[in-house]
Design a protein around this ligand. Structure first.
Ligand code: PAF
Length: 282
């Protein structure tokens, strides 16, 4: 497995590749969720293809009050996991390498970023789009894999690829969960035992609302109420949002009439967790 740290070396290698290249962009602190993205990338690339994992804690997507400095960076462990999983190349630049001094161009999406996490994390998705566009240009993959847990991120990246004609396929990969339903996240390590015990309430709340849709409930206000009531049963949780939005445009809906996204973000202590469920009428 190669580890590449410079933008110039990454670009040179990418220009010479002739086989199918699949990229898994990450910020490191790899867990089973990331490993399933890597497995998905291998299936897409084939045995002869090249799987690239980028590990880069992107300063541009963290707000001033967010956890950039305390974000976990267990690099040796991450590299060992990538090696074990058959990754061909890890791209691990540092921030000065990725962002030239005086840089002045960002990539901004203007419809899907407005709500959900975009509301409480201004600038976050501009940071994500900018770094992902740079990674696409540097690695030149035929496909890239992103987790469905970050549904809004995945939808925004699909838009960016569509609207800016990036020549690659975006593959959405299913959320990996603990046995009690909690979605895997690098941030789960921050939870105290008491917070960890309560955190699966997010998944329970989403499933309860999904069950109500299957039973015929269409009113978004009622479904939001179902989610909020269940979340309120966890005294250590503080809801950031519980939303019912169109699964494609991410705009709020009054009724479930098309594929619809139920989405939650909640704080447990200082740790912000997100999860979602797509419901449709079929
Ligand atoms: O999902 C993430 O880990 C990050 O937002 C990403 C896509 C690697 C961009 O920094």
């Amino acid at each position: 497995m190669k580890v590449v740290r410079s933008v110039a070396a990454m670009s040179r290698l990418a220009a010479a590749w002739k086989n199918c290249v699949v990229l898994v962009p990450t910020m490191g602190a790899l867990h089973e969720g990331h490993l399933s993205l890597i497995d998905r990338a291998r299936r897409a690339a084939g045995r002869e293809g090249t799987v690239v994992v980028s590990i880069f804690v992107n300063p541009l997507q963290f707000g001033p009050k967010e956890d950039l400095s305390r974000y976990p960076r267990p690099l040796r462990r991450d590299l060992a996991l990538c090696r074990e999983r058959g990754v061909d190349l890890v791209f691990h630049p540092d921030a000065d390498e990725m962002y030239a001094p005086g840089r002045s161009v960002t990539v901004d999406e203007s419809l899907l970023t407005g709500g959900l996490c975009g509301r409480s994390r201004p600038g976050h998705f501009s940071g994500v789009c900018t770094v992902v566009a740079k990674l696409f240009n540097l690695v030149r993959p035929h496909a890239a894999v992103f987790g469905q847990k970050d549904y809004q991120q995945l939808a925004i990246i699909r838009r960016m690829v569509r609207d800016l004609n990036f020549p690659l396929e975006i593959i959405g990969s299913e959320t990996v969960r603990e046995s009690d339903g909690l979605a895997l996240s690098s941030r789960n390590v921050y939870l105290t035992p008491a917070e960890r015990a309560e955190a699966p309430v997010i998944r329970r709340a989403l499933l309860l609302a999904g069950k109500r849709v299957r039973a015929g409930e269409r009113d978004a206000g009622i479904l939001r109420g179902v989610i909020e009531k269940e979340l309120a049963a966890a005294p250590l949780g503080r809801v950031d949002y519980a939303e019912v939005v169109d699964a494609e445009t991410l705009q709020p809906v009054a009724r479930v009439e098309r594929p619809t996204l139920l989405a939650v973000a909640a704080y447990f202590g200082r740790t912000r967790l997100i999860d979602n469920l797509v419901v449709s009428l079929k």
